[in-house]
Design a protein around this ligand. Structure first.
Ligand code: CUA
Length: 414
């Protein structure tokens, strides 16, 4: 008996290990396969928030945050961000997007972004299908594809009733967009299916391939189409036109006022920036492969009126925090944060007007697990990231950093 239960225990362990291997494979659903340079040098998300990570069908989730359009945007590969669209990265229509804003501007349309600019987004979603999903903010960039923000697991539980999508029209009518006009859609499909079936059956009921092929090879293809066929074709043609015209008339009468889908491109100005910030020049960047550490030598000039310290390095949605300055953020996905991964030497603050060389190390296996270290195998091993400085009163200054990065294969190669 004892050996049998041990066997069962082993079997369970095996299944658990196997399942977690499968699950971890399934969880890496694409975001890590995107080229690291695309993720590090295009749109740098920060301050991302999910209003909740557990909600019921028909409840609302607000995705908000900011992003910086990286100064050294890879124009040679991606073109300029002339047409972008604020979107949501979720597996299928599990939410509906009720509204989205960029710097307070309604984002029903596409927009263009200014390279180097900061933008604030806000997307309101309504839960539609129960399940657990990785929810990302997402920016669709024409030519470049989707650039995803950080993903957080969000669980939608079944609600009291079925999903509804209530909306008030401009005429004041309350409609449920989930079902609005559904019978019309189904009805029109049936009408055209009927027309198609009549035409198909008319031809299919007669011998098809071989006899017709023989007629064609004999040069008697005229016999293929009879006078009745022509009459039916003409009749169907007239009927089709009549259905279209009558249908159009019916729609105009039933819905006299309609607004077409908006599909233009507008321009949104970046957020205003403080006149005096913190300037950063990259002196040297190395990636220590065995130690999974990025070392940065930076020349920092503090143009603000107060002493500042480096609190965070963020790139490709991964955050390295300087535990001495930044406080941990429990709401941020744990797999994307290294709460004490950033070490700054010397530790002392940079005084107002001072220019100082600092040495920064960002250590975490995240460089490998998020597949960012693959950057080193690119023909253009340039990285990018966002540095956050803070003064004693919590005022924050953002600076981008970027440039070529070299691998080292020896530990502590400073
Ligand atoms: Cu795809 Cu998270």
């Amino acid at each position: 008996m004892a050996s049998r239960s041990r066997l069962r225990g082993r079997l369970v362990a095996l299944i658990v290990i196997g399942w977690s291997a499968v699950a971890s494979l399934a969880w890496a659903h694409g975001e890590r396969t995107q080229e690291p340079f695309l993720r590090m040098r295009s749109i740098l998300f920060y301050d991302c928030q999910w209003s909740t990570d557990r909600l019921k069908v028909n409840d609302e989730l607000v995705l908000s945050g900011r992003f910086r359009v990286f100064d050294d945007w890879p124009i040679e590969v991606m073109g300029r961000p002339e047409t972008v669209y604020i979107n949501t990265g979720v597996p299928g229509p599990v939410f509906v997007r009720k509204e989205s804003f960029l710097n307070g501007v309604n984002m029903a349309n596409s927009t263009s972004l200014t390279i180097g600019g900061d933008y604030e987004f806000r997307v309101k979603l309504r839960a539609r299908a129960p399940g657990t999903y990785h929810v990302h903010p997402l920016i669709n960039v024409y030519y470049a594809g989707p650039i995803q923000g950080p993903g957080k697991w969000v669980t939608i539980e079944p609600g009291g009733g079925p999903f509804t999508n209530p909306e008030k029209t401009l005429m004041g009518q309350e409609v449920d967009l989930e079902r609005f006009g559904l019978s019309t859609v189904v009805g029109w499909h049936l009408v055209w299916v009927a027309v198609a079936l009549v035409w198909l059956v008319w031809w299919v009921r007669r011998p098809l391939f071989i006899p017709r092929y023989i007629l064609v090879t004999r040069g008697a293809e005229d016999e293929l189409v009879s006078a009745t066929d022509r009459k039916l074709a003409a009749g169907l043609f007239v009927a089709t036109l009549a259905i279209v015209v009558i249908g159009n008339y019916w729609a105009i009468t039933k819905y006299p006022i309609t607004v077409p889908l908006q599909s233009s491109r507008i321009r949104v100005k970046p957020l205003p920036r403080p006149a005096q910030g913190v300037e950063v020049d990259l002196v040297k960047a190395t990636y220590e492969v065995p130690g999974r550490t990025v070392y940065l030598d930076l020349k920092v000039t503090n143009q603000s009126a107060k002493p500042v310290r480096l609190s965070e390095l963020t790139t490709a949605n991964v955050r390295f925090l300087n535990a001495a300055v930044a406080k941990d953020e429990p709401g941020y996905p744990r797999d994307l944060i290294a709460p004490s991964g950033l070490v700054v030497e010397p530790e002392a603050a940079i005084g107002p007007g001072e220019t100082k060389l600092i040495h920064v190390s960002a250590t975490d296996p995240i460089w490998e697990t998020e597949r960012l270290a693959l950057l080193l195998y690119d023909p253009d091993s340039r990285f990018g990231g966002l540095l956050m400085f803070q003064d004693s009163e919590g005022t924050r200054y953002l600076s981008t950093v970027g440039g070529p990065i070299l691998p080292t294969f020896n530990l502590k190669a400073l």
